[in-house]
Structures are given as structure tokens and as C-alpha cells.
Ligand binder design. Structure first.
Ligand SMILES: [Zn+2]
Length: 490
């Protein structure tokens, strides 16, 4: 009985014991539906002796609650319907010959909508359409084509040099990735993601975030990620600090091909080791030695998103953080950002994909009689609205928090049973102090936080040998930055 009590005290992720030995379900169904979740992980949480307070989910303040409540499923439906109406948005389809058909018409539609939203910002939101000509590549670009991104940028009031980007891709494809004449509605892939960028731009244009927020719709995703690559490289060339990037790609349906419904789960893909060549060889070697392979900036961002956006106000009961760059055989627009050195870049995708409804010509299958094609009828607009709320809660929580501390390192010069860290503050006002966070090395989430004050060096009475540490900044407004892995020796 005592073991039962211990487990029920510490294990929020564990299914009830009476569930054994029934067949396993999808792992995220084991999550509970509490408003406030503890991130303790049962096998290791009771050890070592706990120091600091237990980390729980962070609920939105009243301003954020109001913004979340403004996200409209019917607006999202209308944006998607408009995008589908262009027949195809294939990157190689017509650019300028029509206002009602092809990718050029879609580009101008999104641009006009974003500019309409920007009116409410009193000049703080600007909408640009950066583009370049992509030559034929012998692969998915058959002839030189303009790749144009729509970028709505809302300038931050306090820390405008710190950017957070959300993006969807407005181009589409059929079964043949180079067929630019087929009917290609792209309702799920990826009008759904574009609709989230648009709806959040509409809502945020009336707000005054501390940091700069970018709402993007890119082209060329299906053509080797060209549009996202162009955007990432443009930022890199201008030395822009993109402190976080989310791509929303295929976020439109909550129903799997067998009819299984997961309307309150969204998958969040976060890479472990940074891409080859981005991290120095010395840092990569150190990462392996100190056990930092699960603490890339993308993983820390993933943990941050779960902590700030999995709650009753977003309606998303389960943000299924997945330790992987992307699904097998697939890529996405976060990859060019990662390769450009923007290591806090992650991907949202619906819980169970139905491959009949993406990358398929619209048709009725001769044998099965099933409908194929990426059609609006398969979307769940309330689900997309919830995904939008997850994006908004996380983006706002990033924007309002201080910058994460820099140059975080651990003192590994002596054999001790405590742990000493140093770091540099971000060049910002509004920092109230810092917290050392830690978790058992087998725990997926940070479990404990130790406030250490407005300092740049701290010692805690937990052994560096036993747990994983991070450091995060706490603002005078109560918002907290993502943690930075604190395991690299200085
Ligand atoms: Zn896509």
C-alpha cells in the first residue's frame, strides 16, 4: 500500500495500476486532464533529495487569457476556404496572370490580409514580401521561379532585437511533386498552418509585445524548403537574433485514418543534437561527455512550450513532445532555421496523419471508393484553433520573458558534491533574478527550480554528477525564459 501511495503522489504520467496489463494505447492517452501538471517523473523524482520548488505548468495571466479567447475557429475556416479557392498553390503555378488562380493569387491574398490586420498596430506591424528567383535545380524546380515569402513583423516594445517566428507554408502539391496544373487544395498541408499565422497576426496587431513577433507564410516548402531557407538565410545575413521558431505544418485534422480521434493532442517535434557543422566539434564532443545530448536549444524550447501552453486555456491537454527532428520520410521549415544556426526551432504537426489526405491528387479510389485529396471536409477547425492557442501562449510567454542567460557553464574544476554555475545576463532590463532548474537525468521535463537571485554565479546543494541542470531568467513581470543547459564546463 505504501508503494501505491508513493506512486500516486509522484507519478502523473503513469497510468493507473489497474490499467495493467491491458494493451498499450498511444502513449499520450496516458496523460491526465489536470489544469496544473507536475513535471515530476516517478522513477527518479524521489531521488536525490529534493532542493527547490516543484515545477508545474504556468497558466496564462489575464492579458494572455484574453488574447487566447480571441482566436476564432470561424476566422480560420474562412482563411483556409479562401486559400483553397485558388485551385492550386503549387510553387511552379502561375505567379501573375490571375487574381483568382495559382500561387501568385494566393500570395497577394495573404499579403492583403496581413496588411489589413497591420492597420490595427499603428505602424508597429509591417508586412513585406521578400523574394528571390530560384533557378531550375534538376529536381523539384523545373524552370526559374520566384519564391516569395509573406512576412508580418510586429516590432517589440522593449527588446525589439529579439525575434520569435511562427510560420506555415502556403504552397501545395499533388501526388507528383512537380505537377503544377493539378487541383491541389492543400487545406491541411498547409493552409492550416498559414491560417494560424494569419489569425495570430490579427490578434497580436492590437497588442504590444516586449519582443518582436513574426507571422510568416512561406512558399517552396514542397520544393526543397526553398522559401523557409530563404527566410532563414535572410535573417542570418542580417544577424537577426531569432530566439525561437515554430513551423505549423499539417495541423488541420484531429482524426486518424482508422477514425481514431485525438482532438486535444498536438505533436511537437524537437531535434536533439544540433545539425552537423552548426555546433563546433569540441562542443559536440563535450556534449557527449557531460550527457547533454537531450538538452539542445530545440529540446529546451519544447519543454518550455509544454510548460506554458499545455493547459485549460489553450484547450490542448497534451503537447506530445517528441525527441526527433521530424517524421520519417518528411522534412519541414524548421530545418533551414536549424541549419542557419537558429537552434530553437521546432515543428507542430497533427496527432495522427491520414496519408490519403495529403500529397494526393483529388480523386475517388477505383478500388476502395475512398476519397483522396487534401480537402476542407477533413479539417477540424476547433482543433486548429487550439493549435493556434498553443502557439500564441508559447510565443507570448517567450516574448514577455527576459532573454535566456548566455554563456551558462558549470564549474567542473574540483571534485565536490555540490554544483556551481556561472552565466552572463542578457543585455536587457526587467530581470528580477535567475533560477537554477534541474531534473533527474531520465526525466523528460525540468522538475525542480531553485531561485538564486539577481546574480551571475550560484552554488546549489545537488550533485552535478546525478542530475541535469539548466539556468533560466525570471522577469520582474513574473515571466520566465526557457532554460539553458548548464552542463558544459566553463
Ligand atoms: Zn507541409
Amino acid at each position: 500500500m505504501s508503494a501505491l501511495i508513493l506512486l500516486s503522489t509522484f507519478c502523473f504520467l503513469l497510468p493507473s495500476l489497474s490499467a495493467y496489463p491491458s494493451p498499450p494505447t498511444t502513449p499520450w492517452r496516458r496523460q491526465v486532464d489536470n489544469t496544473i501538471l507536475s513535471f515530476n517523473y516517478c522513477p527518479a523524482a524521489p531521488w536525490p533529495t529534493r532542493e527547490g520548488y516543484t515545477i508545474t505548468s504556468r497558466l496564462p495571466d489575464s492579458d494572455l487569457q484574453a488574447a487566447l479567447a480571441e482566436i476564432s475557429a470561424s476566422n480560420i475556416k474562412s482563411y483556409i476556404s479562401d486559400l483553397v479557392s485558388f485551385g492550386t498553390r503549387h510553387t511552379l503555378s502561375t505567379q501573375n496572370s490571375s487574381t483568382t488562380y495559382g500561387i501568385g493569387a494566393a500570395r497577394d491574398y495573404i499579403t492583403d490580409k496581413m496588411r489589413t490586420f497591420a492597420f490595427a498596430s499603428s505602424g508597429r506591424m509591417t508586412v513585406t514580401v521578400p523574394s528571390y528567383t530560384q533557378p531550375a535545380d534538376g529536381d523539384r524546380v523545373l524552370f526559374p521561379v520566384r519564391i516569395a515569402d509573406i512576412v508580418a513583423t510586429l516590432r517589440g516594445s522593449e527588446t525589439p532585437d529579439r525575434y520569435y517566428v511562427i510560420s506555415g507554408h502556403y504552397d501545395t502539391r499533388c501526388t507528383d511533386p512537380n505537377d503544377y496544373n493539378c487541383l491541389s487544395p492543400g487545406a491541411d498541408d498547409d493552409a492550416s498552418g498559414v491560417a494560424v499565422s494569419m489569425e495570430l497576426a490579427r490578434i497580436m496587431a492590437t497588442r504590444n509585445p516586449r519582443s518582436t513577433l513574426v507571422f510568416a507564410a512561406v512558399a517552396g516548402e514542397e520544393q526543397n524548403l526553398y522559401g523557409s531557407n530563404f527566410l532563414a538565410q535572410t535573417y542570418k545575413n542580417a544577424s537577426v537574433n531569432v530566439a525561437g521558431m515554430f513551423t505549423n505544418d499539417i495541423i488541420g485534422s484531429s482524426t486518424g485514418p482508422d477514425g481514431t480521434e485525438e482532438p486535444h493532442t498536438i505533436r511537437l517535434f524537437a531535434q536533439g543534437l544540433p545539425p552537423a557543422g552548426v555546433e563546433s566539434a569540441a562542443r559536440a564532443a563535450s556534449r557527449l561527455i557531460v550527457g547533454g545530448e537531450n538538452d539542445s536549444p530545440a529540446r529546451e524550447l519544447g519543454r518550455f512550450i509544454v510548460e506554458t501552453a499545455q493547459n485549460a486555456y489553450t484547450g490542448m491537454k497534451n503537447i506530445a513532445l517528441i525527441y526527433r527532428l521530424d517524421r520519417y520520410l518528411r522534412g519541414g521549415d524548421h530545418l533551414p532555421f536549424l541549419r542557419a544556426g537558429y537552434l530553437s526551432s521546432v515543428r507542430f504537426t497533427e496527432p495522427i496523419e491520414d496519408y490519403r489526405h495529403q500529397h494526393q491528387n483529388v480523386r475517388i479510389d477505383n478500388v476502395t471508393g475512398e476519397q483522396y485529396g487534401d480537402l476542407e471536409e477533413f479539417l477540424d477547425y476547433d482543433f486548429i484553433a487550439r493549435v493556434g492557442r498553443v502557439n500564441l501562449a508559447a510565443m507570448w510567454s517567450l516574448s514577455e520573458a527576459p532573454a535566456a542567460p548566455a554563456n551558462v557553464s558549470i564549474d567542473a574544476t574540483a571534485l565536490t558534491n555540490n554544483s556551481t554555475f556561472t552565466w552572463l545576463p542578457g543585455n536587457e532590463t526587467g530581470v528580477a533574478g535567475y533560477e537554477v532548474v534541474w531534473r533527474p537525468s531520465v526525466s523528460p521535463y525540468w522538475t525542480h527550480a531553485i531561485p538564486v537571485g539577481l546574480v551571475q554565479r550560484a552554488t546549489v546543494q545537488v550533485s552535478k554528477d546525478d542530475v541535469v541542470f539548466g539556468v533560466r531568467a525570471v522577469g520582474t513581470n513574473g515571466y520566465k525564459s526557457p532554460a539553458v543547459f548548464a552542463g558544459f564546463p566553463g
